[in-house]
Design a protein around this ligand. Sequence first.
Ligand code: NAD
Length: 364
Amino acid sequence: MNLNITSIPGDGIGPEIVNETKKVLNKVAALYGHEIVFTDILMGGASIDVHGVPLTAEAVQAARQADAVLMGSIGGDTKTSPWYQLEPKLRPEAGLLQLRKELNLFANLRPAVLYDELKDACPLKTEISNLGFDMIIIRELTGGLYFGERKTVLENGIRKAADTLVYDENEIRRIAVKAFEIAMKRKKEVISVDKANVLDSSRLWRTVTEEVARDYPEVTLSHMLVDNCAMQLVKAPARFDVVLTENMFGDILSDEASMIAGSIGMLPSASLNDTKFGLYEPSHGSAPDIAGFDLANPLATILSAAMMLTYSFDLDKEAAAIEAAVKQVLSDGYRTGDIFSPGDSSLTKVGCREMGDLVAARVV
Ligand code: NAD
């Protein structure tokens, strides 16, 4: 198969982690008989330095022409970098928001997995963390409260602000379809999270998800109120598999889920549109504090590439090979600084490059 991938190394540790991820993808391609072409584009601070803007029309065009986009991370130190002296629409993050919009990336997928080897990093009680968890949060990314009408007014001398939470049935249906499709590749269970006891938008959400569920008779759909979900994530995370939710609830719940999974350096993500196209990136930022020192953990980006193989290319076997290689490296005791426990003599501390080599060597 030909894999036409646009890559965005970006800023900070971005180029380092993307480099290691390309190594792993190239190993998969060589072993499984695929041809990968990477086309690098600039975005964020790297693009500002060269073009004066965080994303050019040419870069958008290159991303559009690809089958998928692999991204490192963008942005710099928000206190000291000159990029943050620019007006907001010219800052690094504006490039990513624009790209998401241009490519209509409405579905954000964030897996939260507790690896056996990293259980110590889980802040939950041992009796809970011992059960492990492996869930994926599917968050609507382009609608709801963050995109509804907003205003701040002065009424009779009193300041008043309003934000509007709007969804139409098509927006709900397309994200629900994504969730059910993904559930078909997993345990065939969807938990849809809403606030249907209060919000009209949530009642429509519930109705439409039930309509979509009729097309997936093998998948079990259940509903959970968002406040209960926030509690259950720390009380019984093992009960979740596919979690479907709207934009703001997903924003909050996915951060909660990533927190209980331990290190931010381990968490991949994908943002998809209604074709097979997607943008794959780690959940963390550009870590300017460690950039250039070979200290970054590349595993979140490597695992994002595994998501790319699954969701954009339907190469499930190849994706599983990457995930197995990551698990093997962890069980062999190799750790980058962010997941290293100094007191544990069974562990070996490695840098970003060595971690990439170790994973690539274990892809079989
Ligand atoms: P961050 O995620 O970059 O860093 C937070 C902490 O985690 C830092 O101590 C960092 O060293 C550490 N860390 C993050 N990723 C790591 C990795 N792979 N390996 C080891 N340690 C890692 O968050 P921040 O410091 O708040 O943001 C830095 C910059 O990143 C800002 O400009 C921010 O806007 C940007 N950012 C970009 C994205 C993105 O590109 N999608 C997302 C979040 C933040």
